[in-house]
Ligand binder design. Structure first.
Ligand code: NAD
Length: 539
């Protein structure tokens, strides 16, 4: 792979057919294809209330995965850029212009900002669709409204956070007044992946701001545009003090690693792969940062023999093929009971084969492209490997037909006869690939469902709600849906057991993760001679 260069002086930009982060180096890598028209937008990063290019002027092309065309150019932020952003966040935090506002003031300001976001977000659905390959009907019905709702909800929920909590009366060795004081954690670094760039940007920005912190956000290099659109909109309001929100657009090994290692960052909130999560945890160790990790998954979806088949088949399709399966909590391991297996799989295959694959910006598209050439190749090779390991391709299995030869389109794929310990049975493929297994014994299938390094989500389909809840309790995952999938809520904690993560986002747990906890002990005027220090040291 060659690195992309821009010749902006000549007004020419080298087009690329892919960007991707090299798994080993973490760097943005690109393949050049052609020289294209220069009329693409050039974006800038947002540091300390200013818009600027990278310190060394480097840029990289941002690709539309439906067309493989360059849709924008973004700064390849360096470590120095990230350091500058951290310094701005540190200065703003220490100055206290945001941190020291009352919770009510912060919430009111965030509500005002949300009004503006609402007004200017008309084009965000299309932008997200073109940059992330997310179907327009998803981005306009789900991503944009939810992102703004999340912003409001975090601001509102912050009003209920117990900043001050009295402790029970303490009278040993004598009476004192004790309470817990919560405080903003400080400078936060939000590092996010490419699959939900708009929503994840909000999932980092909103709780950090609601709890009085300053933040530097780094979107994935493939998908920087919606995070920059949010920063632009917030900047337009003039309501947030300078340096409280910063966005850098580089890759993992430059900007990303700087955010994790910089001693002025107090907390890292990371969403991404388990492999990168491990690196981040290790890198954050040198400065003992607070770290929350939202990582990968391989969620088990258990269909019981008494399930409503119509809804369960739809739910299994939705649970896997929504956003091309590029969702961390997708139900990609489907366990279907023997009694209904044949009927269920027939209907599943019909449903998967009838999904309309195409350009994400077309409102009729149900399944768009995967994000990049690297992901496309990785998914197709995972399907090949599944076949070699004994699975049968019941439908799909290759490039989608009727979509031309541009764009990273893969057919919704159903694999049957997947061995539980095979690659397709254990590894996150992060594409439109569903691995189906049979079951007949409930205890055994629960064990099989839990036999994974991941623990993000799970699902149960049954008409017996009580029985389903009992199964849900035995699944070692942070979320379980009963007769549903993908429904997350700003009030409900979200996160993973095992190697799917550390900590929770959203709701009370999510907000508290953006605070430090302080115990304050207040003496109640005990005479000198009765003091503890007199008994144990000075007397
Ligand atoms: P990734 O881990 O490759 O990258 C995520 C982010 O980390 C990017 O911004 C990247 O630039 C940055 N990064 C990479 N190396 C870094 C380093 N050494 N130091 C600091 N930052 C670094 O993930 P991806 O491929 O962009 O996204 C797909 C993955 O994200 C999947 O595994 C998916 O399951 C996971 N994911 C998890 C959740 C969740 O909430 N649990 C949600 C969505 C996606």
């Amino acid at each position: 792979m060659r690195r992309a260069r821009t010749r902006e002086g000549d007004n020419l930009i080298a087009a690329i057919i892919d960007t991707g982060v090299n798994v080993d180096s973490g760097r943005v890598e690109v393949v050049m294809a052609a020289i294209v028209e220069p009329d693409v937008a050039t974006y800038q990063q947002y540091i300390d209330g200013e818009w600027a290019g990278a310190e060394d002027g480097r840029t990289y092309p941002v690709i539309n995965p439906s067309t493989e065309e360059v849709m924008a150019v973004a700064p390849a932020s360096t470590r120095a850029d990230a350091r500058r952003a951290v310094a701005a966040a540190r200065r703003s935090f220490d100055a206290g212009e945001w941190r020291l506002k009352s919770q009510l003031q912060r919430t009111q300001i965030m509500f005002q900002i949300a009004e503006h976001l609402q007004e200017v977000s008309e084009d965000w659905g299309l932008l997200e669709s073109q940059n992330a390959g997310a179907a327009l009907r998803k981005t306009s019905v789900v991503d944009v409204p939810l992102a703004i709702e999340w912003f409001r909800s975090m601001a509102e929920q912050a009003l209920g956070v117990p900043w001050y909590e009295p402790l029970p009366w303490i009278d040993s060795p004598y009476v004192s007044w004790n309470f817990v004081q919560r405080e903003p954690v400080g400078v936060c670094a939000g590092i996010i992946p490419w699959n939900y760039p708009l929503i994840f940007a909000m999932w980092k920005i909103a709780p950090a701001l609601a709890m009085g912190n300053s933040i530097v956000l780094k979107p994935a290099p493939q998908t920087p545009l919606s995070a920059l659109a949010i920063a632009r909109a917030i900047d337009e309001t003039g309501l947030l003090p300078r340096g409280v929100l910063n966005v850098v657009t580089g890759d993992g090994v430059e900007a990303g690693i700087e955010l994790v290692e910089n001693p002025d960052v107090d907390k890292v909130a990371f969403t991404g792969s388990t492999a990168t999560g491990r690196k981040i945890l290790a890198a954050a160790a040198s400065t003992i940062k607070k770290v929350t990790l939202e990582l990968g998954g391989k969620s088990a979806n258990i269909v019981c023999p008494d399930a409503d088949l119509d809804i369960a088949v739809d739910g299994a399709l939705f649970g896997t093929f929504f956003h091309q399966g590029q969702m961390c909590e997708s139900g990609t391991r489907l366990f279907v009971h023997d009694d209904i297996y044949d009927t269920f799989v027939d209907r599943l295959v019909d449903g998967a084969a009838s999904l309309r694959v195409g350009d994400a910006a077309d409102f009729d598209t149900q399944v768009g492209p995967v994000i990049s050439r690297a992901q496309y190749d990785m998914i197709l090779s995972a399907i090949d490997r599944a076949k070699q390991e004994g699975a049968t391709v019941a439908c799909g299995g290759g490039r989608a037909p009727n979509v031309g030869d541009r764009g990273f389109f893969i057919q919704p794929t159903v694999l049957t006869g997947v061995s539980p310990d095979s690659h397709a049975g254990t590894e996150e493929i992060f594409g439109p690939v569903l691995a189906v297994q049979r079951w007949s014994d409930l205890g055994e299938v629960i064990q099989r469902a839990n036999r994974t390094i991941y623990g993000l989500a799970g699902g149960v389909w049954s008409r017996d709600t009580r029985g389903a809840i009992e199964i849900a309790k035995q699944l070692r995952t942070g979320t379980v849906w009963i007769n549903d999938w993908h429904l997350l809520n700003p009030l409900a904690p979200f996160g993973g057991y095992k190697q799917s993560g550390i900590g929770r986002e959203h709701g009370r747990e999510g907000l508290l993760a953006y605070t430090e906890v302080k115990h304050i002990h207040v003496d109640q005027g005990v005479p000198r001679s009765e003091r503890y220090f007199w008994d144990v040291l000075l007397g």
